[in-house]
Design a protein around this ligand. Structure first.
Ligand SMILES: *Cc1c(COP(=O)(O)O)cnc(C)c1O
Length: 435
């Protein structure tokens, strides 16, 4: 029985898998809010590098990973696929539970996979600085690290609740050389507008995106980088699933269910889409693909599938997605990375078509499974990741009740070493349900 499988360095995937190539019909295009007409990718050239805009609409099945990005990946990739044997025993389940561990990246989550690609393309195209938002700080630290790798400056707007609640993520962002501001801030018109209405605003990703976009549009060699939602971001994350497929083959297993947490949808897509591609190519059966979100920010299970803005100030193009409304401000939640009102358009489409299922859990239940995972497997899940862990634990418990030998694969998006305040709350019983 193999309990840990990792590919050799030379087996690192050389191309990303593009799920756009396998959709039944093209994605509904982003719309210009002023005209209601589809927006041409070139119209976003002030914000994103050309390479990423091309990837946004590309229909090639595979897109080569540039050699310098592969080299940067090789510092910690391929990542291990582990089997959670001790967790299985503790649950008394006949299910086999695997997890693809993305916590070993330099900043502790999957976000480095796209941060490095985006920083590289910007560098090649002459960008001098990247502006971005960050929720819990994982994206901000990944982008700060990527900018340091490829020699770009970096400005981060961090959602205020996390800026105050996660001082060490804040420090990590500065350690990698980026400047960082709590959002809403008084540095931008978007931030000032929110502060005027609500001086005590906890902030949200939607607000922080507005601020970072405004910063990028000042036209001083600055562009904008988004850590999730967009097609090119999901594309860059598919390195996770491509590795996992080959590692499962080495383990001699194949999942019945693939589970991942969803904020904007990128780590889930990165793991799940290559399995979707294998099924489309007729090589393998399609596993159940299960997206897990918090009940406090339930865009897939409670949102509407329609066109909406990506940010609160309503400056972005309209995206067809599951949304709780662009001005929805989710309650403060330990899984800061899951506090986004919208969802990646490709994930939304696959949910609407029934290829992806969604479920929502309350953070109090989520943390009890996270503690069980940490105590059995010795790895502390990020609060976001803990949602996927909890869904897997629930599935495995059902297998125990029914005597079913299902194979469950968890997208383990990151470790929770910067989230000890949340774990202390869980341990002292102070953690509230927020639904
Ligand atoms: C950001 C983050 C998420 C949520 O973002 P997605 O784009 O949905 O993946 C989940 N887990 C971790 C560890 C994160 O840092």
């Amino acid at each position: 029985m193999k309990t840990c499988v990792t590919l050799h360095q030379e087996e690192l995937p050389r191309a990303w898998y593009n799920a756009l190539s396998d959709l039944d019909r093209p994605l509904d295009p982003p719309l210009d809010p002023r005209t209601g007409e589809p927006i041409a990718p070139e119209a976003l050239a002030a914000l994103f590098p050309r390479a990423c805009l091309e990837q946004e609409v590309a229909t090639d099945r595979f897109i080569p990973i540039p050699e310098p990005v592969q080299e940067a990946y090789r510092r910690w990739r391929p990542t291990p696929l582990r089997r959670a044997v001790a967790l299985e025993r503790a649950l008394g389940t006949p299910a086999r539970i695997y997890f693809k561990y993305e916590g070993g990246s330099p900043t502790g989550s999957h976000k480095a996979n796209t941060a490095l690609a985006q920083a590289y393309y910007n560098r090649v195209e002459g960008t001098r600085r990247l502006a971005t938002e960050t929720g819990a700080g994982q994206w901000g630290s990944a982008l700060a690290f990527a900018c340091a790798t490829f020699g770009l400056r970096c400005t981060v707007y961090m959602v205020r609740t996390s800026y105050e609640g996660k001082p060490y993520r804040r420090a990590l962002i500065r350690l990698f050389g980026a400047e960082i501001f709590p959002s809403p801030s008084d540095r931008t018109a978007a931030g000032r507008a929110v502060l005027e209405r609500d001086p005590g605003s906890p902030g949200s990703l939607g607000i922080a995106i507005s601020e970072a976009v405004e910063e990028a549009l000042r036209g001083d060699g600055t562009k904008y980088a988004l850590g999730s939602v967009l097609n090119h971001v999901l594309l860059h994350q598919t390195v996770i699933g491509l590795e996992a497929i080959r590692e499962l083959e080495l383990a001699g297993d194949w999942p019945d269910v693939v589970v991942g947490c969803v904020g904007g949808g990128s780590n889930f897509a990165g793991l799940a889409f290559p399995f979707f591609g294998e099924a489309r190519a007729g090589r393998r059966p399609l596993p159940r693909l299960l997206a897990v979100e918090p009940t406090a920010c339930p865009s897939l299970t409670r949102g509407e599938y329609r066109y909406d803005f990506g940010d609160t100030a309503r400056t972005t193009p309209l995206l067809k997605m599951h949304t709780l409304g662009a001005d929805f401000v989710p309650p403060p939640l330990h899984a800061g990375g899951l506090r986004y009102h919208g969802m990646a358009p490709i994930v939304s489409r696959l949910v609407a078509d029934g290829a992806v299922e969604a479920v929502a859990y309350d953070q109090a239940d989520v943390f009890s499974s996270a503690l069980l995972f940490a105590r059995t497997e010795g790895i502390v899940p990020a609060p976001e990741t803990a949602h996927a862990v909890h869904a897997a634990v629930e599935l495995a418990r059902r297998c125990a009740a029914d005597g079913e030998e299902k194979v469950i694969l968890i997208g383990f998006s990151g470790h929770g070493h910067f989230d000890m305040a949340a774990y202390e709350a869980a341990l002292s019983g102070a953690l509230q349900g927020v639904a």
